[in-house]
Design a protein around this ligand. Structure first.
Ligand code: NFK
Length: 287
């Protein structure tokens, strides 16, 4: 219940966006042995209006009485903010302090996410006992935690999640840009995050990576797509599902394309995102 929650903000760097919001039960009524549910927000690596706090309505949804059965399997929630790339609609004054500037470029976003996760792991000791859920580019980042990206080293060491949940995710950047070639924003935000070299886009696109069985053999994945998504087309989830079905060790445990809301509607009131996480928590109880 909301009154018994403890909200805490952790910092993992000097930038104002290098923070994590942790939500725990004050009375420890949740299961310490359960899973942490950790969220990575979307917003095309750049939208300052989509923040880590966009997960709070989902947390509220999951703490409703009707969700009592899934609460038994939750140890805590965390939602990660990370440094953003520039957005043309939100220009910043040149005198803006460095700690507020949005000038991130790959690998800053994924380095921040991994640093945040390793800090949470050190502090709460849950190792791999967590679900990493991401929306849109947050889903891209969730899978990039498994990719062998040379430039990233976290200290303390980072443990892969037990389960990744991708919701309305971007998994193939070039395919997304090509399928929306008449809308310049797609190319712009991809260049803004990853630069001009399309080979780099491919290297960092989760559905183009072929080695999940070797880097994440114990992994479990659930993918969600909304029929009402006006921004990310179904080719994205199809490309990721196709790649993961090749896995002999890691397991694609569910692909659901029956969400209904538009891209941001999925998380705005917390309902469809909450239902997706609840579905996963219920399904994992049977493993
Ligand atoms: N609101 C974002 C756009 C955005 O989030 C987006 C647009 C198209 C496809 C995916 C998107 N978001 C993914 O994280 C922006 O203003 O750049």
């Amino acid at each position: 219940m909301p009154s018994s929650l403890s909200h805490e903000t952790l910092r993992y760097g000097d930038h104002d966006l290098q923070t994590i919001r942790v939500i725990k039960s004050r009375d420890n009524i949740w299961n310490e042995k359960g899973l942490w549910v950790i969220y990575i927000h979307g917003g095309a690596w750049r939208d300052p209006k989509v923040t880590h706090l966009s997960f709070l309505n989902t947390v509220d949804f999951l703490l409703k009485e009707s969700q009592e059965s899934v609460q038994k399997n939750i140890a805590g929630f965390a939602t990660i903010a990370y440094r953003l790339s520039p957005h043309p609609s939100y220009p910043q004054d040149p005198n803006t302090p460095k700690s507020e500037l949005r000038v991130a470029k790959h690998p800053d976003h994924i380095a921040d996410v991994k640093t945040a996760l390793s800090l949470l792991q050190e502090r709460y000791g849950f190792n791999s006992k967590y679900i990493l859920a991401g929306h849109s580019c947050g889903a891209t980042l969730a899978f990039q935690t498994a990719l062998p990206i040379r430039t990233i080293n976290t200290s303390p060491p980072f443990h892969n999640p037990e389960t990744i949940v991708g919701v309305a995710g971007i998994y193939d950047m070039k395919l997304l840009v090509e399928n929306h070639s008449s809308i310049s924003a797609y190319r712009d935000f991809t260049i803004g995050a990853f630069g001009h070299d399309e080979k780099v886009w491919d290297e960092l696109s989760p559905s183009r990576f072929e080695g999940y069985d070797s880097v994440w053999p114990e992994g479990k994945v659930y993918l969600f797509h909304s029929m009402g998504d006006e921004l990310v087309d179904v080719a994205q989830v199809d490309s990721m599902a196709g790649r993961l079905r090749e896995g002999k060790k890691m397991e694609l445990r569910g692909v659901r394309k029956d969400l209904k809301k538009d891209h941001d509607g999925i998380w705005e009131d917390g309902k469809e995102m909450g239902e997706a996480v609840a579905f996963v928590l219920n399904d994992l109880r049977e493993v």
